[in-house]
Every structure is written in structure tokens, then in C-alpha cells.
Design a protein around this ligand. Structure first.
Ligand SMILES: Cc1cc2nc3c(=O)[nH]c(=O)nc-3n(C[C@H](O)[C@H](O)[C@H](O)COP(=O)(O)OP(=O)(O)OC[C@H]3O[C@@H](n4cnc5c(N)ncnc54)[C@H](O)[C@@H]3O)c2cc1C
Length: 453
């Protein structure tokens, strides 16, 4: 640890997600200087991203400004920037904001940089099937989902209309299931009546996964119930099927029955994660190992080998086969803060991280969720109420909780969704940045049907 007699103990926290924010908050009032460095200016509540993508919630409701969240925490400052280098020997973190480099020195470091989307070696799929990890992702998907209905309404070609009205979601874990359920409700409940050439309720929603069941991690009984519920909502399940190609106008799928193509404009990738590139840096410098998805295998106290002052918490770390969920990140962040406080108080640190499992949940649709809490396996309305309550507790800020409840009530009692605004920028900005030649004209169309003889 650094020289604690020369001034307040300096803690640098990388990331303002669950791990970073809860570590920082646990240091409130302590005799430390905390610097939170993140590439986004907000704390993102990722579990509700799908509701931003499907028009129920606004981005502000699930992503309050970190600066505002920490406003009353006098010992914390927030620095916007992309962390490019962590130097374990020099005990510095280098971050970059629009070309301006900042070097922050630390006595203790908490790294909670999360994970990225994995396309299993097919990164080129990303252009046509965005993942869902960030606000940018959710807004792009919102534009693509609502945009697909608009293109269908304007299309004179039946085959093309069918392609526009087919939504393919890859990955039948919680994110994929929640997205499929919401697109189904959007198509069958919210949108009908507003179009003149198409019937939105005829939209085809396909959920594809290589695994043999949806939500396999919830156990056989809940998994079967989730599958039944999705089917009753008109979601087509293609399980045991591997995605072998993704392009602008469709998805290629392969299973025991052979290879087939699903024509679709709007594809959503909800399968696979890969550890933060910062994890590779930390591993190379400390000798820590990485697991098969590049998460850092940390010591029992969540530190790096030989570096009791560096904690790696949340999704980017791997310990005891714990899943990448919010509670693991929250409790990991709090554990790191606790060890730092012990150190500066001169008490023994290095205590092992003990995770308290509070269960897992997924909302399949309005009024229907699954919950595994201890020995309880719940499916249906009661589970949905539990899901609702837990999510409200962890949304940051009174105002956000209030407006979220309001939006949920509106959606529950009527068919309305208030966040249907989309712009070309949302859909095209990423592509415009990566491929400057891209424009609105790049939206794929199919040739007109051939004239009857
Ligand atoms: C769509 C979706 C749905 C989910 N649903 C659930 C759910 O229902 N229940 C549940 O428990 N969990 C859910 N999760 C998982 C949960 O959100 C994560 O486990 C949790 O967010 C992990 O917290 P974290 O702090 O490790 O990482 P994140 O929350 O991902 O935070 C990472 C932070 O690091 C910052 N960052 C990354 N790289 C850098 C860099 N180089 N420089 C600076 N900053 C950087 C990011 O900007 C961000 O602030 C879901 C996740 C997703 C994506």
C-alpha cells in the first residue's frame, strides 16, 4: 500500500457500473480521495436496457449522471475518460478524453470495467446484429426496431415487407428472452391500429439459440414454463440451432435439419460476452490467468496475485464460477471498499470474498416473470411483482424510480409506450463513424417482384 502518512489515501475506481459505483459509495465519509474514471458519464442499469430499446423507458431513467449520483459524496470526484493503460509498477491509471491524456496515481485501485459483447470470432456480425450493453446499443436497437415497422409500411414488395417484419434475436438467456417478449408485446399490443398498409401483429419474432432450452440457467421447470409462455406470445423458438452467418438482410442458421436462411432486417445479438481488454493488461503485468472468455481469475479476496492493493470486481473478474450479474458486482465492489478501509485503519485485510446469493430473475412479458430465490422457483404474476420491486430498489435516484413506476403503470394499464421517438442518427451514427461512406441509402431493399408473364 502507498504511504498513508503523506496525505489521504488515493483510491482510483475504473468504471461507473454496479461494481465501480457501489465500491465508491461504500467509501463515503472515509478519509480517502476517490477518483472514479469511466468512459460513460452515467451509471447504467443494464438489466432495463431492453425497455429503452423497446420504447417503455427513456435512457435517462436507467442511466443517471454519475456526477449527480455522487454529488453529495465530498471525497469522490468523477473523471470522464477511456482508461487505456494501468501501470501496476508505477501505480498509475492513464485515461484519455478527446485526445487529452490524464494520469491518475493510486494507493488502491478498483477495476470494474465490465465485459463486451462476443460474436464468437465473427465480429463482422456486429454491424448487422448489434448487441445490448450500452445506451448507444439500446437507442440504435430502438431505431432499428421501430424503423423496421416504418420500412414495412412503405414497402410495395411483399417479400421485402416480410423481411422487415421479421425480428431475429440470437441468444435465449435473460436478455434475449426479455427482448423477444417485448418485441412481441410491441407488435401485438402497442402498434396495431397505427399503420394502414401492414398489420404489425403479423410480425415474426424468432429466438435462436444453440442451447436446447431457453433460460437454461433457471432449471428445467422454469425453462419449460418460459418456453411455453414465449410460444403463447407468438415467439418462434429455434433451439439447438447455430447461427452460421449474419448479413444485412438475414441470418443463416444450421441445425440437425440442415442449413436455412431467415430473411430479416432487424437482428439483435444477445449471446456471449468477452472480458474487458483491461483484464488482459492486468493479467500480463501480474501473472493472473484469464478464463475462457478473458475474465481475470482473481485471488479469493478479489485482488491480483502479488498486488493486494488492486481489486478486480464485477463482470470482468472470475471467481468461484459466479455468474456475471449485478449482485456479484455490487457485493464485489463493497468487499473491495471494505478491504481498503481495513487497510487504512491498520486492520488485517485480504479477507476472502463471500458471495450471498439473492437469486435470479427474468421478466418474460408484462405480468409474467421467473424468479429463483433460494429453494423457491416462481413463475407468473407473483414473480413479476418480486421482479418489479427488486428492480425499483436498485434503480438509482428517487426521481428515476418515480418516473419508472409511472411509465410501467402507463404500459400496464394501456397499450402505450412513451419512448417511441427514433432518429436516423441513432441507427446510423455508429456505422457512419466506422464506415464514413454509409448513409440512409444503405438500408437494404429487395428487388421488386418480377412482372407476371
Ligand atoms: C442487457 C443486460 C441485461 C442484464 N440483466 C440483468 C439482470 O436482469 N439481473 C442481473 O443481476 N444482472 C443483469 N445483467 C448483468 C449486470 O448488468 C452486470 O452483471 C453488471 O452490470 C456488472 O457490473 P460491472 O460494474 O462489473 O460492469 P458494468 O456495469 O458493465 O460497468 C462497466 C463500467 O466500466 C466502464 N468502462 C469499461 N471499459 C472502460 C475503459 N476502458 N475506460 C473507462 N471506463 C470503462 C463502463 O463505461 C462502465 O461504466 C444484465 C446485463 C445486460 C447487458
Amino acid at each position: 500500500m502507498g504511504d498513508i502518512s503523506s496525505g489521504p489515501h488515493r483510491v482510483v475506481v475504473v468504471g461507473s457500473g454496479f461494481g465501480g459505483l457501489f465500491a465508491t459509495k461504500a467509501l463515503k465519509g472515509a478519509p480517502v480521495d476517490v477518483t472514479v474514471i469511466a468512459r460513460t458519464n452515467h451509471h447504467l442499469f443494464q438489466p432495463l436496457l431492453y425497455q429503452v430499446a423497446t420504447g417503455i423507458l427513456s435512457e435517462g431513467e436507467i442511466a443517471p449522471a454519475t456526477r449527480e449520483v455522487l454529488r453529495s459524496q465530498a471525497n469522490a470526484r468523477v473523471l470522464l475518460g477511456d482508461v487505456t493503460t494501468v501501470d501496476l509498477a508505477a501505480k498509475t491509471v492513464t485515461s484519455v478524453l478527446r485526445g487529452r491524456e490524464t494520469v491518475s496515481s493510486y494507493d488502491s485501485l478498483v477495476v470494474a470495467a465490465g465485459v463486451g459483447q462476443s460474436y464468437f470470432g465473427n465480429d463482422h456480425y456486429a454491424e448487422h446484429a448489434p448487441g445490448m450493453k450500452t445506451i448507444d446499443d439500446a437507442l440504435e436497437l430502438r431505431g432499428r426496431i421501430f424503423g423496421a415497422f416504418e420500412l414495412a409500411e412503405a414497402s410495395p414488395n411483399p417479400a421485402e415487407t416480410e423481411m422487415f417484419l421479421t425480428f431475429v434475436i440470437v441468444g435465449a438467456g435473460p436478455t434475449g428472452v426479455e427482448m423477444a417478449g417485448q418485441i412481441s408485446e410491441l407488435a401485438r399490443r402497442t402498434l396495431p391500429g397505427g399503420y394502414r398498409s401492414i398489420d404489425p401483429s403479423q410480425a415474426r419474432i424468432v429466438l435462436v439459440d444453440f442451447a436446447p432450452a431457453v433460460l437454461g440457467a433457471f432449471g428445467e421447470k422454469l425453462s419449460r414454463k418460459a418456453g411455453e409462455r414465449l410460444r403463447s406470445m407468438g415467439v418462434e423458438l429455434q433451439l439447438g440451432a447455430k447461427v452460421v452467418g449474419v448479413d444485412a438482410t438475414g441470418v443463416e442458421v444450421e441445425d440437425d435439419a440442415g442449413r436455412r436462411r431467415i430473411p430479416s432486417l432487424c437482428k439483435i445479438w444477445a449471446a456471449g460476452v468477452t472480458g474487458s481488454p483491461l483484464g488482459q493488461q492486468l493479467a500480463a503485468q501480474s501473472g493472473a490467468r484469464l478464463d475462457n472468455v478473458d475474465r481475470v481469475l482473481v485471488e479469493p479476496d478479489l485482488t491480483l496475485p502479488g498486488h493486494p492493493e488492486v481489486f478486480v470486481v464485477g463482470d470482468m473478474s472470475a471467481i468461484h464460477d459466479l455468474p456475471g450479474i449485478a449482485q456479484v458486482a455490487i457485493q464485489g465492489g463493497r468487499h473491495a471498499a471494505d478491504q481498503i478501509l481495513r487497510t487504512i485503519a491498520g486492520r488485517p485485510a485480504g479477507q476472502p470474498f463471500a458471495y450471498h446469493d439473492k437469486g435470479s430473475m427474468a421478466a418474460v412479458s408484462r405480468l409474467y416473470a421467473l424468479a429463483r430465490i433460494g429453494p423457491l422457483n416462481l413463475a407468473g404474476r407473483f414473480a413479476w411483482l418480486v421482479w418489479l420491486g427488486v428492480h425499483l430498489v436498485y434503480i438509482i435516484g428517487f426521481k428515476n424510480r418515480f418516473t419508472t413506476v409511472f411509465d410501467w403503470t402507463v404500459n400496464l394499464l394501456s397499450r402505450a409506450r412513451s419512448e417511441r421517438t427514433t432518429t436516423s442518427q441513432q441507427v446510423l451514427a455508429r456505422r457512419a463513424l466506422q464506415h464514413p461512406e454509409a448513409s440512409v441509402d444503405s438500408i437494404p431493399t429487395l428487388p421488386p417482384p418480377s412482372d407476371p408473364l
